[in-house]
Design a binder for this molecule. Structure first.
Ligand SMILES: Cc1cc2nc3c(=O)[nH]c(=O)nc-3n(C[C@H](O)[C@H](O)[C@H](O)COP(=O)(O)OP(=O)(O)OC[C@H]3O[C@@H](n4cnc5c(N)ncnc54)[C@H](O)[C@@H]3O)c2cc1C
Length: 446
């Protein structure tokens, strides 16, 4: 392994230079071939039918609907367009609902559990069609996911979960025993796993750029470096205050997910921002890539603090992500830990350096479900719990339909209360001990 990186304690981690390639960057790998769009310093209009706050997948997808429904629409972002998770993620696409049928049934009854899980399936189908219909060039592919069991108990749980899929929610998943694992993934670390053949992959920044282009072509106004700092009512209208203008809006959509701030305390109290971190390796030899990723699957594992990884679309690099911290904002500090975890899975990468390391904030919720709705007249969709590539665009689309008063805007999430907890105001003080506890749990071999 390179140098003398200490990985035991985030606070004392020393970053050694030879872990990083000469061209090392702390920007997402995806930004190498998709520039951050420069939309100039547009002054927002004084009035719009709809103001959307946040320009990621949720916000742009909502805007596309309202524009195509004939409403003038302004999208605001505090940073550049798509600066949040939507150009930083791993580009892995699943059915995006974390709890399984049994857990949801116990809480909500079988009928609602079915409808909630169906939304995840619909989100995947919607994204596949949307990319094709809109002709978005974003390396979309369906390589399938290998969901790796990090201990024998988790393998048994995977088997049970697959065996209990209710009629109408079949995923087509099948088990892979440990003895056959190398056909899926070049490691012996795991205890077998399951293949989800319909799970897909894309280039997140290219997908975002495609959405942005459609919004601009549809006549939308996208204003960057323009945070919404205050939201108030003036009769039936909303007033959105920004540093550059005061905008009078008929409807407002909040699409800020893991970056939800003080604008609407009711929402901030309901989402838990958690850091998610990725490294990209420098290019590796094609024969090594063929050994490590023989079927080009996207990969996730069963740990509480999940690792998710894949090959880059050109199959030259491994992109390896995890929840190594909950709030660290310096990707140079998280890179050594991720690198150590990567080579535990693939020892053959020990001498391979890191070319990119970056992070973003995802939004968890107290029930680990996404939420969509309207509060005090303001529409919102958020809380994708780290699985938003399909769900964010899909629920953004549904929010847009709601703004247009269309019945298709209804979803299985509508009947689930968006919970908070007493004394929680948006600062997740409880994460540090939770992350430590989960790390301990993940190390148990049962
Ligand atoms: C490292 C990482 C890896 C991930 N990997 C995956 C994956 O492989 N698969 C998957 O399904 N999901 C993944 N996700 C999650 C997924 O990217 C998100 O769920 C999804 O992009 C959320 O989109 P969004 O539009 O709701 O939010 P975002 O894309 O985060 O956009 C929110 C925007 O709101 C803006 N904003 C905030 N406050 C204001 C304000 N007051 N005024 C104006 N603008 C404001 C922010 O600047 C930001 O641009 C990952 C996330 C991260 C960070």
């Amino acid at each position: 392994m390179h140098g003398t990186v200490c990985i035991n304690d985030m606070n004392s981690t020393k970053v050694v230079n030879d872990l990083f390639s000469e061209d090392f960057r702390t920007d997402p790998y995806w930004w190498d071939d998709v520039d951050q769009p420069d939309l100039g310093s547009i002054v927002p209009p004084a009035e719009a039918d709809v103001v959307v706050i946040g320009s990621g997948y949720t916000g742009l997808s909502a805007a596309l609907q309202t524009l195509r429904g004939g409403r003038t629409t302004v999208v605001l972002d505090a940073e550049t367009a798509g600066w949040g998770c939507s150009t930083r993620n791993g580009g892995q696409i699943s059915t995006s609902v974390k709890p399984g049928f049994n857990e949801l049934s116990a809480k909500h009854g079988a009928e609602l559990a079915f409808r909630i899980l169906k939304e995840g399936h619909d989100a995947l189908t919607w994204l596949t069609r949307f990319i094709a219909d809109e002709k978005i060039d974003c390396n979309f592919d369906i390589p399938g996911r290998f969901h790796a069991a990090h201990n024998p108990t988790q393998f048994a749980r995977l088997a049970a979960r697959i065996g209990q899929e209710p009629a109408g929610l079949e995923t087509g998943a099948y088990l892979v025993e440990r003895s056959d694992q190398r056909a899926e993934l070049g490691t012996d670390t795991y205890f077998g796993g399951a293949v989800f053949p319909r799970h897909a992959a894309l280039h997140p920044a290219r997908f975002h750029r495609g959405l942005l282009t459609r919004v601009l072509e549809g006549g939308g106004t996208v204003v960057c470096h323009c945070p919404a700092s205050d939201l108030s009512r003036e009769g039936p209208a909303f007033i959105v205050q920004t540093p550059r203008a005061r905008i009078r809006a008929g409807d407002v959509v909040i699409a800020t997910n893991g970056y939800t701030g003080a604008l609407m305390p009711w929402l901030r109290r309901r989402v838990i921002p958690i850091g998610s971190y990725i490294i990209a390796t420098e290019p590796i030899a094609p024969d090594l890539m063929s050994r490590l990723m023989p079927k080009n699957r996207i990969v996730g594992d069963t740990r509480k603090l999940i690792y998710y990884y894949r090959a880059s679309p050109d199959r030259r690099r491994i992109l390896f992500g995890g929840r190594v911290s909950h709030s660290e904002t310096d990707p140079r500090r998280t890179a050594p830990r991720l690198h150590a975890d990567l080579i535990e899975i693939f020892p053959e990468l020990a001498q391979v350096r890191i070319s990119h390391s970056w992070a973003g904030f995802v939004a968890y919720t107290f029930d680990t479900l996404a939420h969509i709705g309207r509060h005090d007249g303001v529409y919102y969709a958020m809380g994708y719990c780290g699985s938003g590539v399909s769900m964010a665009g899909y629920l953004g689309m549904r929010v847009g339909q709601r703004v247009l008063s269309r019945t298709q805007g209804q979803t299985g999430f509508d009947d689930v209360t968006f919970q908070t907890r007493p004394l929680y105001s948006g600062n997740p003080w409880f994460l540090s001990p939770m992350v430590a506890y989960y790390r301990w749990l993940d190390r148990q071999n049962r």
